[in-house]
Ligand binder design. Structure first.
Ligand code: DAH
Length: 353
């Protein structure tokens, strides 16, 4: 039967066109062309009236079957294309997060604080506690109770910042104010001996002030860490062992230390401790001014006078003390040739630590 063959051909052709439709728009065109209002398949349905009566059943069945098959194929293809198009649009809208973002730079603690903490940590590990004292200090704690003679040069106006009391009522020492910016953390020793119970094992970090012009090895304001031990039977051997341990812990096991005899009013005997230069390994270079050694701290056995002035019996107790510059220690550790670099706020320098 000619009509049935035609329908079969149209169905086959339509199904192929559906399969070939590349996107939903193309698919819709096929739909309109075939099962739309004036589509090719619709035309057969419309024309059923002119089909001879004896063929109606067969042709009707064939037309319906063709339409069902086409509609089913259209639906299936539409779902498949819609899913593919959704996926493609998601892909197109995706943001490439594999690019490195603009990250925020994380700040770090300043080298002075880091080294202060590191040194204090070494002593905390040895059972010491951390003490502090006032930066604005009296002459008594900064000098007198530390056995500094009245004519000691550090007491002069050239070396110490004196705080003037405007009321004019401040007591004065040789015409100078009795109140000053401490030149050393050693006064904390006196506060500790007055306030604490024996035995004493303390470190005291803090700022100190001196009338110095800043240069590679001096700063008018810097940080010191004071140490004080007062106990029964403390010897110079305890002092040496403690400071040797400190140097190895802070600067590394390869650095050597040496004790050089020195003078401080509040210790007897007194010494200065040098650490071997890491730049030249002790050979001598510009950093260590050719000596192979860099000065780190002052120390000694607490002078019996100092113990006595703070009410401790030197017959029963002995002690050692030390004081070091933190900026100097930081520069020694990292081979920085100029103390001022620590305070200039140059991020190219600071970011290295
Ligand atoms: N206070 C001294 C200074 O600033 C350093 C010092 C030396 C502290 C010997 C001490 C010490 O405790 O025993 O130069």
């Amino acid at each position: 039967m000619a009509i049935v063959d035609e329908l079969a051909a149209l169905q086959a052709e339509t199904l192929a066109a559906i399969e070939a439709a590349a996107d939903t728009a193309a698919l819709d065109e096929v739909r309109v062309r075939t099962v739309g209002k004036s589509g090719t398949l619709t035309a057969y349905l419309r024309n059923m009236g002119s089909v001879p009566a004896d063929q109606k059943a067969v042709v009707g069945k064939a037309v319906n079957a063709a339409r069902n098959a086409v509609e089913e194929a259209l639906e299936a293809r539409k779902t498949a294309l819609a899913a593919a198009e959704l996926e493609a649009s998601i892909d197109a809208a995706a943001v490439d997060v594999t690019l490195p973002g603009r990250s925020q730079r994380l700040g770090t603690r300043h080298l002075i604080n880091r080294v202060t903490e590191e040194i204090c940590d070494v002593f905390l590990g040895l059972g010491y506690t951390v003490a502090d004292g006032p930066e604005v200090e009296t002459d008594y704690y900064n000098f007198t109770a530390l056995n500094a003679p009245a004519d000691h040069p550090s007491r002069s106006l050239q070396d110490t910042f004196y705080v003037v009391d405007r009321s004019g009522e401040a007591a004065s020492v040789r015409g100078e104010s009795d109140v000053l910016l401490r030149t050393q953390t050693s006064g904390v020793q006196v506060h500790a001996m007055e306030d604490q119970q024996l035995p004493i094992y303390i470190v005291a970090p803090g700022k100190v002030y001196r009338r110095d012009i800043a240069d590679p090895s001096h700063l008018p304001q810097f940080t010191q860490i004071e140490g004080l031990v007062v106990d029964k039977g403390i010897t110079f051997g305890d002092l040496k062992g403690t400071l040797d341990y400190l140097c190895k812990a802070v600067f590394g096991p390869d650095r050597r230390t040496r004790f050089r005899a020195h003078y401080f009013p509040f210790t007897e005997p007194s010494a200065e401790v040098d650490v071997s230069c890491a730049v030249c390994g002790g050979e001598g270079c510009r950093m260590c001014k050719g000596t192979g050694w860099l000065e780190l701290l002052g120390c000694g056995m607490v002078d019996p006078n100092v113990l006595q002035m703070s009410g401790i019996d030197p017959e029963e107790y002995s002690g050692f003390a030390f004081g070091m510059g933190v900026e100097r220690a930081a520069c020694l550790k990292y081979n920085v040739p100029d103390l001022r670099l620590l305070l200039q706020g140059d991020m190219r320098f600071l970011r290295q630590f």
